[in-house]
Design a protein around this ligand. Structure first.
Ligand code: 2NE
Length: 270
């Protein structure tokens, strides 16, 4: 495939092709575990995708075939988070989770190998997950002294139900791709060799559709779980659509032209 490198990073690869951006966690030697730098780079790349009007879908993946992501890098875990190169502790993956959800464009997780711990949460927060038949899913928090009580708990329960979410967190078992598909964690399982082709096919299908409809649908689906933040996001789209009308522009123009606005020509819809 004809991916074009956007910028050189240390811990990720960031590429684009035909309306699709691809963020690849590139630390295969630790099963693509993330450290603060990895997350900062992912946040920057995601922000670039948001601002690029040519981009309609973002693919999040991991380098190699062994892992999508194994969560936070336990080797640099300090006393209050994950230590950066200056020794400062972070949990900036929570910020990235929010940004994935707020991105007004669909995110597809392309999962080969392990999606474990915080890596499992990342695929869960993607709008769609396409998995290879070698994918393995699970949480490890209670085993390694960690947990994600945010989206990692409540959104998981929305997806797979309370009983299964408790099983997944309390037992820390691993689930193969077919089991994950059965639980509703995965949209499609494909042979490993077809993973990228199939994921790009899903992305291209999405790209054929109305960007505004997709944007509003994503925020509507988020709003159901996200309380006031979700309503703010959904309402932001209503404001965006309103700003695009002649009616809203009349208010703006009248202010700039120092005259009384004339809204009389705009109908009161039933
Ligand atoms: C991912 C898994 C199941 C893979 O097993 P396997 O047998 O394929 O590989 P192996 O030998 O365990 O790992 C290969 C290398 O990657 C490192 C390993 O230590 C090993 O390197 P060496 O020791 O040989 O040098 N590696 C793997 N995962 C790592 C990690 N997360 N951090 C640092 N190094 C890692 C298996 O490796 C595994 O279970 N990994 C740990 C998964 C885990 O517990 N993740 C953290 C969960 S907590 C979290 O992510 C989190 C949160 O709960 C809340 C907020 C933020 C983050």
């Amino acid at each position: 495939m004809n991916w074009k490198n956007v910028k050189n990073y240390q811990d990720i690869k960031y590429e684009k092709m035909e309306g699709i951006a691809k963020i690849t966690i590139n630390r295969p030697e630790v099963r693509n575990a993330f450290r603060p730098l990895t997350v900062s780079e992912m946040i920057e790349a995601l922000e670039d995708s948001r601002l690029d009007a040519e981009i309609g879908v973002v693919i999040l993946t991991g380098a190699g075939e062994k892992a999508f992501c194994s969560g936070g890098d336990q080797k640099i875990r300090g006393e209050a988070g994950y230590k950066d190169e200056k020794g400062m502790n972070h949990l900036n993956v929570l910020e990235f989770q929010k940004k994935m959800r707020n991105l007004p464009k669909p995110v597809i997780a392309m999962v080969a190998g392990y999606a474990i711990g915080g890596g499992h949460i990342l695929h869960m927060l993607a709008d769609i997950t396409v998995a290879a038949d070698n994918a393995i899913f699970g949480q490890t928090g209670p085993k390694v002294g960690s947990f994600d009580g945010g989206f990692g708990a409540s959104y998981m329960a929305r997806i797979i139900g309370q009983k299964k979410a408790r099983e997944m967190w309390f037992l820390c078992e691993q689930y193969n791709a077919k089991a994950a598909e059965k639980m509703g964690l995965v949209n499609k399982v494909v042979p490993l060799k077809d993973l990228e082709k199939e994921t790009v096919f899903w992305a291209k299908k999405i790209l054929e559709h109305s960007p505004l409809a997709l944007r509003c649908l994503k925020s509507a689906l988020n709003a159901d779980c996200d309380g006031q933040t979700g309503l703010q996001e959904l309402a932001g789209n209503a404001t965006l659509l309103y700003y695009m009308t002649k009616e809203a522009q009349e208010g703006r123009d009248a202010f700039k032209e120092k005259r009384k606005p004339d809204f009389s020509k705009f109908p009161r819809q039933p």
